[in-house]
Design a protein around this ligand. Structure first.
Ligand SMILES: *[C@@H]1O[C@H](CO)[C@@H](O)[C@H](O)[C@H]1NC(C)=O
Ligand SMILES: *[C@@H]1O[C@H](CO)[C@@H](O)[C@H](O)[C@H]1NC(C)=O
Ligand SMILES: *[C@@H]1O[C@H](CO)[C@@H](O)[C@H](O)[C@H]1NC(C)=O
Ligand SMILES: *[C@@H]1O[C@H](CO)[C@@H](O)[C@H](O)[C@H]1NC(C)=O
Ligand SMILES: *[C@@H]1O[C@H](CO)[C@@H](O)[C@H](O)[C@H]1NC(C)=O
Length: 292
C-alpha cells in the first residue's frame, strides 16, 4: 500500500473524517472550543426573503484540528527522508479536508402562512460522509502519479503533462498499485481467492471481475429458518421450519491466472475495502464523539 493511490485515498478519507466528526461535535455543542458559525448571525437577504438561522456548521476548528492531528507529525519529520514524500502526504491529507469544504451546502426551511414560504431560514451544513467518500473515490480513480525525484515542487511523472497544474483536491501517488488479485504476504495483500462473488453481477462483486479470470467454485448452502409463523390464542407463536438451498460462489485459488485479466481490476477489488473503510471511519467518528 506504500505510496500507492490506495494509500492516498485512505489519507484523504481519514483527514476528511476527522474534520467531519469534530465539526459535528462542535455543532452539537459538545466541544468548548468551537460552536455553530456565529459570523452568519443576523445576515441574509430580506429582499430575497431569507435569513441565516439555526446552526450553521463551522468547519474551521475541525480543519485546524485535523491539520494539527495528522499533519504535524509529518512536518516534524527532519533530515534524510524525501521531502517531496512529506509534501505528497500533506497534499493528500489536505485534499480530504478540501473535499469537506467544497461539499458544504445550504439547507433552508420555509415559514409563512400554511407553508407559503414567504420567509426562509437557511443554514450551512456539511454533506453526509457517504457523499464526501464518493467524491474522494472519484478523485482516487483520477489520481495523479508524481515523480519521486527529489524536487522542491511536486511534479507529475508524465513529462508531457507537467504543464497541467496539480489541483489542491487531486490525490497524488508515487508507486503503481500491486496486483490485488494475487496473495502477497509481504505486501499484506490477501488476494481474492476464496472470496464470495456474485455469478450474475457485472459489477465489482461479480465473479468475473473479482476472481480475475481464475474461475469460481459453486457450493450449495442449506439455510434453515423459522417461517410461516402464526400467533396461537393464547399466547404463543408457532412456526414451521423452512429449508432453502442457495448457491454460493467463491473464487478459485488456481495459480494459473488469465493474463488478460491480470492487474486490470484493482480498483474494483479495492471497492469493497473502500466501503469497509468508510464504515470504519464512521466508527472513528463515533470514537471521536465519545472522546469529547
Ligand atoms: C454530543 O454529546 C452527547 C452527550 O455526550 C452525545 O449523546 C451526542 O451523540 C454527541 N453528539 C455529537 C454530534 O458528538
Ligand atoms: C518536533 O520535534 C522536536 C524534536 O524532536 C520536539 O521537541 C517537538 O516537541 C516536536 N514538535 C511537535 C509539535 O511534535
Ligand atoms: C447478484 O447480482 C444480481 C445482478 O446485479 C442481483 O440482482 C442479485 O441480487 C445479486 N445477488 C446477491 C446474492 O447479491
Ligand atoms: C465485502 O465486504 C463485506 C464485509 O466484510 C462482505 O460481507 C462482502 O461479502 C464483501 N463483498 C464481496 C464482493 O466480497
Ligand atoms: C475452479 O476450480 C475447480 C476445482 O478446483 C475446477 O473444477 C473448476 O474447473 C475451476 N473453474 C475454472 C473456471 O477454472
Amino acid at each position: 500500500m506504500c505510496r500507492t493511490k490506495e494509500a492516498a485515498f485512505i489519507s484523504a478519507v481519514a483527514a476528511a473524517g476527522l474534520v467531519h466528526a469534530v465539526t459535528r461535535s462542535c455543532s452539537a455543542g459538545n466541544v468548548t472550543e468551537c460552536s455553530c458559525d456565529v459570523t452568519l448571525r443576523h445576515g441574509g437577504s430580506a429582499s430575497e426573503g431569507w435569513h441565516w438561522g439555526g446552526c450553521s456548521d463551522d468547519i474551521h476548528y475541525g480543519m485546524a484540528f485535523s491539520r494539527m492531528f495528522l499533519d504535524v507529525p509529518f512536518k516534524n519529520m527532519t533530515g534524510k527522508s524525501w521531502s517531496g514524500l512529506v509534501a505528497m502526504n500533506l497534499h493528500n491529507n489536505e485534499a480530504g479536508r478540501q473535499a469537506v469544504a467544497k461539499l458544504m451546502s445550504v439547507d433552508c426551511r420555509c415559514h409563512g402562512v400554511s407553508g407559503s414560504c414567504a420567509v426562509k431560514t437557511c443554514w450551512k451544513t456539511m454533506s453526509s460522509f457517504e457523499k464526501i467518500g464518493r467524491f474522494l473515490k472519484d478523485k482516487y480513480e483520477n489520481s495523479i502519479q508524481i515523480s519521486d525525484r527529489l524536487k522542491k515542487k511536486l511534479l507529475r511523472k508524465e513529462k508531457s503533462q507537467r504543464k497541467i497544474p496539480i489541483g489542491k483536491e487531486d490525490l497524488l501517488y508515487v508507486n503503481k498499485s500491486p496486483n490485488y488479485c494475487v496473495e502477497d504476504q509481504k505486501l499484506g495483500i490477501p488476494g481474492t481467492q476464496g472470496r464470495e462473488c456474485n455469478r450474475t453481477s457485472q459489477g465489482p462483486e461479480g465473479c468475473n471481475l473479482l476472481c480475475c479470470g481464475r474461475g469460481y467454485n459453486t457450493h450449495v448452502v442449506r439455510h434453515v429458518e423459522r417461517c410461516e409463523c402464526k400467533f396461537v390464542w393464547c399466547c404463543f407463536v408457532r412456526c414451521r421450519r423452512c429449508e432453502t438451498m442457495t448457491d454460493v460462489h467463491t473464487c478459485n485459488n488456481s495459480e494459473v491466472s488469465n493474463q488478460r485479466h491480470k492487474g486490470c481490476f484493482k480498483k474494483y477489488l479495492f471497492a469493497n475495502n473502500t466501503f469497509k473503510f468508510l464504515r470504519t471511519s464512521r466508527l472513528l467518528s463515533a470514537t471521536m464523539h465519545s472522546a469529547f
